[in-house]
Design a protein around this ligand. Structure first.
Ligand code: ZN
Length: 159
């Protein structure tokens, strides 16, 4: 089954890292715990939070709703904790989601993006993706490599 998440506002950066890895992750910016729980239940999402109160709720302790208590306040450590406890490595599909909108990216041909990317990018890259929502163009450029490297580093720590 595909893992989906809803990240509490106290782990916002972690939400972005999960999107980099291709995991459908909603960002919850409300105040009321009842709302994040309702979203998680309705959409079968795992709650990610640093809030111990959520972890004490009956629905979580009984196992009817899955939640992960994130231990560290550092995004790298948080990613490391999750990758290792849920074996995210094996299921990750990097660069399939928009980092801003959590939407599935669509493949675009070179010609389609010609007017919308810098000339050197057009010349050097062959694979392009577009977010159907915000229309951002993504490509397998240097920043993608940097992110891949970062993810590998997270996964290796503590092995
Ligand atoms: Zn987008």
């Amino acid at each position: 089954m595909e893992l989906k998440f809803v990240a509490d506002q106290n782990v916002g950066k972690l939400a972005k890292l999960l999107r980099i890895m291709g995991f459908d992750t909603l960002f919850f910016d409300g105040e009321d715990d009842a709302n994040i729980i309702a979203i998680a239940l309705a959409e079968s999402r795992i709650i990610l939070t640093r809030d111990t109160q959520i972890m004490k709720r009956g629905i979580v302790t009984s196992g009817r709703l899955k939640a992960v208590l994130i231990e560290s306040d550092k995004p790298e450590q948080q990613a490391h904790q999750l990758i290792n406890t849920l074996n995210l490595d094996r299921q990750s599909k990097p660069f399939t989601l928009c980092l801003e909108c959590n939407q599935t990216l669509l493949e675009k041909s070179k010609e389609e993006v010609k007017e919308r990317v810098p000339p050197y990018v057009f010349k050097t890259q062959s694979q392009f993706m577009e977010c159907p929502n915000c229309k951002r163009i993504y490509w397998r450029g240097t920043h993608w490599q940097a992110m891949s490297g970062m993810l590998k580093k997270f996964a290796k720590k503590g092995e």
